[in-house]
Design a protein around this ligand. Structure first.
Ligand SMILES: [Zn+2]
Length: 110
């Protein structure tokens, strides 16, 4: 993440909306992403009246990201492990993470 000056130089546009957390004006990047330079994070602006659903969807998505991340880490750990006894708990964990992911995805499309 960059400072405001760098953002403007890179072609980002300062928006009339401000960050809900700190009140700093938000920037829209060329990619369309909206970020707060002060909080150094992405901000999602949703049309009024749709906030509740968008927020719930976003939270589930970030949980999904975490699970996928853990699966990748776990996969790397498994690839380094050659002892079957050590592999078993890793494989069980992966199985349960995959189950979580599946249920999460099912609940999102429901
Ligand atoms: Zn902020």
């Amino acid at each position: 993440m960059k400072g405001m000056a760098d953002l403007l130089r890179s072609g980002a546009v300062m928006l009339s909306r401000s960050c809900p957390e700190c009140g700093t004006p938000l920037f829209q990047l060329k990619s369309g992403e909206i970020i707060c330079a002060n909080c150094q994070r992405r901000v999602v602006i949703v049309p009024e009246g749709e906030e509740a659903t968008a927020e719930a969807g976003m939270r589930l998505e970030s949980v999904e990201e975490v699970i996928v991340e853990k699966l990748v880490t776990l996969g790397q750990a498994m690839s380094r492990e050659s002892d079957p006894e050590a592999l078993r708990p890793l494989s069980e964990l992966m199985d349960s993470l995959l189950g979580n992911l599946e249920r999460l995805r099912a609940s999102r499309t429901a």
